[in-house]
Ligand binder design. Structure first.
Ligand code: HEM
Length: 194
């Protein structure tokens, strides 16, 4: 049985419906040049990353932790909240697998909307009942696409796949990270302008 992850609400009935429709999602994927190969490579990436999520998170948390302006978002009164950091880390690990293995259906869209709100003042801090800073600034959500993408390549190479497969997985990952990050921008954009 799957271990329960605190605050992880994927597929729960109480989640708000995403304001982004399935039709919007299809057009976004089309814009990202999404193909059937991407579906195949993303699944392959999920299989490759499955037992490496701790190592990936070590690297990402090291990056955040060594940048004062980023770890700031996990803090209160200028000090990082360790309980908050570790609670988010467990859900972040699960996100890697969800990004690669879950179908991008209504439940997936609804959880993207939930994560969007968790980065925004609408819902930040509530899940872990902390008093950290009230919002992750929009500019960093977009800027994060690059480090979250570029750092994954070494992990994709670790299981002996051909260069072609690694490139395929890497591109699919890049598209998937871009897609989710842009869905998380929704609460930051004026109504009707997303
Ligand atoms: C939460 C990924 C940008 C800080 C999360 C979670 C994930 C995630 C998977 C947990 C979601 C859940 O609750 O299930 C990402 C990705 C980003 C991004 C992929 C951009 C591509 C950022 C940036 C910061 C940040 C730039 C600032 C340093 C946080 C914080 C939380 C969080 C503070 C906890 C929010 C809460 O109170 O619930 N992020 N994140 N994230 N992330 Fe991000």
């Amino acid at each position: 049985m799957k271990e329960h992850i605190k605050g992880y609400a994927y597929g729960e009935a109480g989640l708000e419906h995403s304001p982004v429709t399935k039709q919007d999602l299809e057009l976004l994927k089309k814009t990202l040049l999404w193909s059937d190969d991407d579906n195949r490579f993303l699944k392959m990436a999920g299989d490759v990353l499955q037992d490496q999520t701790d190592a990936v998170l070590d690297l990402w948390y090291n990056y955040v932790g060594s940048n004062e302006h980023l770890v700031y978002y996990f803090g209160e009164n200028g000090k990082p909240n360790e309980h908050y950091l570790s609670a988010v880390r467990v859900r972040f690990k699960q996100w890697i697998l969800d990004l690669c293995h879950r179908p991008y259906d209504q439940a997936w869209l609804d959880y993207q909307h939930e994560i969007a709100k968790r980065h925004h003042s609408t819902k930040k801090n509530q899940t872990d009942q902390v008093q950290a800073v009230p919002i992750v600034h929009f500019r960093y959500i977009v800027a994060f696409i690059y480090p979250i993408t570029v750092t994954i390549k070494d992990f994709l190479k670790k299981k002996g796949h051909s260069q072609e497969d690694v490139e395929g997985m890497y591109n699919a990952w890049f598209k998937a990270v871009t897609l989710t990050a842009l869905l998380w921008c929704h609460p930051f954009v004026h109504q009707g302008e997303f």
